[in-house]
Design a protein around this ligand. Structure first.
Ligand code: ARG
Length: 581
């Protein structure tokens, strides 16, 4: 007996080769007519074109050759050439028990690339808002998915910690506290007793940027300070370090709740160190030209359908651009690591920026064709009205407020009997609700934030999934407490059990497609589907009080299989299951 659906597909393929049908692969698709079979193979239609033969006849030839496989309960041909297959119970049980023994084999695709992921991307001294949520959620989930399928990954937060706004904030601090040691000519890097909180920064940043925009001389002074900062002026640099630290602490606190973590906590400032090397290289390639006072690289191509403007490397005011920062980042990353791919999980409205950057890399020969640069843009999260998400007074919604609001709603819905750690559990549920809702639409799709919908215990939601998993887990715990032993699935009794196991067999394909599409939506849909199937089974049967021991232990093993599997999939999404809720 085979242990995996791929083995069965291969076995069918080999038999087809024997009768002269040269196919590259055989894929059994879950049937959308379950009354006719569990699976459908529809390759006969394509073969009919190749071999100039009747598809019904080809299907029949294949069936004649494989009909005696012990894996099949039933096999038949249907117009215009479909092969419908039902698997035997023994076969389904063998597949399921193999999965149960080695849950990770359901995810491992044997892809062993090294992938660098750039996500998160918050900006120092600026409020972490809902826009940064998607980058963190999707980026982390893709990172987890990459690892599950077998890849090595390196993740980087790519902090926006460099540039003119830094000069503005420093100037504003200098205006308010001119006597701070940072601003003394003889400042020598010593510690300065200056209390700065994230709340201070959230007030300082908008004040400073508004002032600079409204007043040309303030703008000039900010530029000047920024230039000195970039030359590592001692005082400005020390103050800047402090600003970064305060910001990063808040970012880390929120990301921890969201189960988001990075291998590298680097920022644009780190890439900046490679700017000179990069510029030397680019100038030597003779691809930089001057245009209206700016240094640019022409990146348009003949096949372009819409105009791709030149990449601006250095602006006419002498400032180094966002594009240059990303080029320096690629320079650093490809010089430090041997990478197969670099993935960017960034708002899709930045697509043009990345098109320009990627083209400049290729045009300059900065990276070889072995490293692929991939832009994974995502859509926006809008308010319930379908417009960009705003607070009641029209401002941007800070991520921490959003998390707190959803936590409040979830806390009100937790069982009253739970007295300890209510807030922590509520937070965990809130994170599940937010993340699931965020990962459910295809990556590039916009969606509306809807707190009631996202936290509904009876919908396609994170809360529903957690609640179901907690219940599975508590069933398993009760069995343990009652010393009920179980190990493998021995028998299938109800139609719902079959449906669950057939759905299990589809998992690897879901994982593969998710990886290929850089999107978690199919995993989210799949989790909902299999959990529903399990809940139908659960509603129908009394597992613990079942008298027949073989049936009871099979049901418990099935429960463990679905719980383990859901736990793994939720982990990929960055969601943890609480003990109780
Ligand atoms: N900090 C940027 C922003 O808030 C996002 C950074 C995206 N990553 C990158 N390598 N450019 O828009």
């Amino acid at each position: 007996m085979n242990h995996k659906i791929e083995e069965l597909e291969n076995k069918i393929k080999n038999k087809m080769h024997e009768i002269g049908y040269e196919v590259e692969e055989v894929v059994l698709n879950p049937s959308n007519r379950p009354d006719l079979g569990d699976y459908q193979y529809n390759g006969a239609m394509a073969l009919a074109k190749i071999y100039h033969d009747n598809p019904m006849k080809i299907a029949q030839n294949i069936v004649d050759k494989i009909k005696n496989f012990s894996e099949f309960k039933q096999i038949s041909v249907a117009n215009p050439g479909f092969i419908n297959i039902s698997l035997s119970d023994e076969c389904l049980i063998a597949f399921a028990n193999h999965s149960l023994e080695d849950i990770s084999s359901n995810y491992h695709l044997g892809i062993n690339k090294t992938i660098f992921l750039d996500y998160g991307g918050p900006n120092v001294a600026k409020v972490l808002h809902v826009g940064h949520l998607r980058s963190a959620n999707i980026g982390q989930a893709l990172n987890n998915l990459c690892k599950a399928v077998g890849c090595n990954t390196i993740s980087d937060i790519h902090l926006g910690d460099w540039g003119r706004p830094m000069g503005m904030v420093i100037l504003e601090i200098k205006t308010r506290y001119p006597n701070l040691a940072y601003f003394k000519d003889d400042y020598n890097g010593e510690d300065v007793d200056f209390q700065l909180t994230n709340e201070d920064l959230l007030e300082l940043y908008p004040t400073a940027t508004t002032k600079a925009k409204e007043n040309e001389s303030i703008m000039d002074m900010s530029r000047q300070i920024n230039a000195e900062l970039q030359n590592k002026h001692k005082g400005y640099y020390a103050l800047w370090k402090k600003i970064v630290e305060v910001s990063l602490n808040e970012v880390k606190r929120l990301y921890k709740d969201l189960n988001v973590d990075f291998d590298l906590w680097e920022g644009e400032s780190d890439n900046f160190a490679y700017m000179d090397e990069l510029f030397k290289f680019l100038y030597a390639k003779n691809i930089i030209t001057e245009s209206e006072g700016a240094q640019v690289i022409d990146v348009k191509e003949e096949t372009d359908k819409k105009e791709i403007p030149p990449l601006i490397l250095v602006k006419s005011n002498g400032a180094v651009s966002y594009e240059a920062t990303d080029l320096a980042a690629i320079w650093e990353r490809t010089h430090k690591y041997k990478l197969d791919e670099i993935w960017y999980i960034v708002d899709k409205r930045q697509e043009l920026h990345f098109t320009q950057v990627f083209r400049a890399c290729i045009k300059s020969g900065m990276i070889d064709d072995k490293t692929k640069l991939i832009f994974n843009g995502f859509g926006t999260m809008n308010g319930p009205d379908g417009k960009p998400f705003k607070t009641r007074d029209g401002g941007v919604m800070p991520l921490s407020d959003l998390l707190d609001n959803v936590t409040d709603v979830c806390e009100a819905r937790i069982m009253e009997s739970i007295k300890e750690n209510r807030r922590e559990i509520a937070r965990q549920i809130a994170v599940a609700a937010i993340k699931y809702a965020d990962l459910l639409p295809f990556r590039t799709t916009d969606y509306n934030f809807d707190i009631d919908k996202f936290t509904d215990l009876n919908g396609k939601t994170g809360t529903y999934l957690l609640y179901s998993c907690v219940r599975m887990n508590s069933l398993l715990k009760k069995a343990k407490e009652a010393n009920i032993e179980f190990a493998k699935i021995q028998t299938l009794t109800t139609e719902n059990e079959r449906k669950i196991l057939i759905a299990m067999l589809d998992l690897k394909r879901i994982i593969k497609r998710s990886f290929e599409n850089y999107s978690l939506n199919e995993i989210c849909e799949y989790l909902y589907k299999i959990t529903n199937l399990y809940n139908n089974f659960y509603a129908e049967n009394k597992v613990l009080t079942e008298k027949n021991e073989a049936i009871r232990s099979s049901w418990l093993a099935l429960t463990k299989l679905i719980f383990d599997n859901n736990q793994q999939l939720l982990n990929i999404l960055g969601i943890n299951i609480p003990e109780k809720m």
